[in-house]
Design a protein around this ligand. Structure first.
Ligand code: ATP
Length: 233
């Protein structure tokens, strides 16, 4: 579904992605784990088109995305739940969800919203309240639900567990795992390597702008180097 080859990106003169190769198959949950500053967010921003690519290719569903501007990528089936959630705090929960559906004006928007409320009942309870009043976990759920309103075939998730209490982290990972049943392919970027690898099919380890290891998630979780460096085991 998504193939990235030799991807390089820079901030000014400083290159932070040094040639990333990565593949996400249809229906997979793939995770990129790595420490703070490894370049995971930059990678996702390149995929959604808000960060310039200096070289390399991004092919999504058989077509190059390199010259497709960010605002056209959701219509291709790619949606992002960004780092720090970036919800519209002064708009209501429902308005945030409707913004996620900005591509559509059909009746299915109402059904999609109903599905979002089934997936996240707390959002139904708070649908008319300002999103800024939600707890961190609820805001994360809203960010995921809003991205799903774009009916993506592939969802890019940037650190959904960040800043959440352990019980909410577990809940968010369960939700991500559940996306498999909805036929949504997921690329999940996480510092919480254990949580992410526990629900993923495959994983990549990123260190200072390079992929240093990759493989089936269960093999990475069992790998001594990963257990020492990322899992604290
Ligand atoms: P985090 O978990 O903290 O988001 P990350 O793995 O997502 O980490 P990035 O945010 O992609 O990493 O950052 C990769 C590198 O690029 C870091 O060295 C960071 O300091 C640098 N960087 C990120 N954003 C900018 C920017 N806007 N300008 C300059 N350098 C940046």
């Amino acid at each position: 579904m998504l193939t990235v080859e030799g991807l390089r990106s820079r901030y000014g003169r400083i290159e932070v992605l040094h040639g990333i190769d990565l593949e996400v198959g249809s229906g997979e949950i793939v995770t990129v784990v790595g420490a703070n500053g490894a370049g995971k967010t930059t990678l996702l921003r390149c995929l959604s088109g808000i960060q310039p690519v200096s070289s390399g290719s991004i092919v999504f569903r058989g077509e190059s995305l390199n010259s497709v501007p960010a605002y056209r990528r959701p219509a291709r089936g790619l949606a992002q739940s960004p780092e720090g959630r970036q919800i519209f705090t002064n708009l209501s929960v429902e308005e945030n969800l409707r913004l996620g559906a900005f591509l559509f004006s059909d009746d299915k928007v109402e059904r999609d919203m109903e599905e979002a409320f089934v997936m996240f009942p707390v959002l139904r309870e708070k649908r008319n309240l300002a999103a800024g009043g939600l707890s961190g976990g609820q805001q994360q759920m809203l960010a995921i639900a809003r991205a799903l309103m774009a009916r993506p075939s592939c969802l890019l998730l940037d650190e959904p567990s960040m800043g959440l209490a352990p019980i909410l982290v577990a809940q968010i990972f369960e939700v991500v795992k559940g996306l498999r049943a909805l036929n949504v392919t997921v690329l999940l970027v996480e510092q919480n390597a254990f949580g992410a690898l526990s629900i993923a099919d495959r994983g990549y380890v990123m260190e200072t702008g390079r992929i240093t290891m990759s493989g089936p998630a269960k093999d990475l979780i069992a790998d001594e180097r990963i257990r020492e460096a990322y899992l604290g085991i």
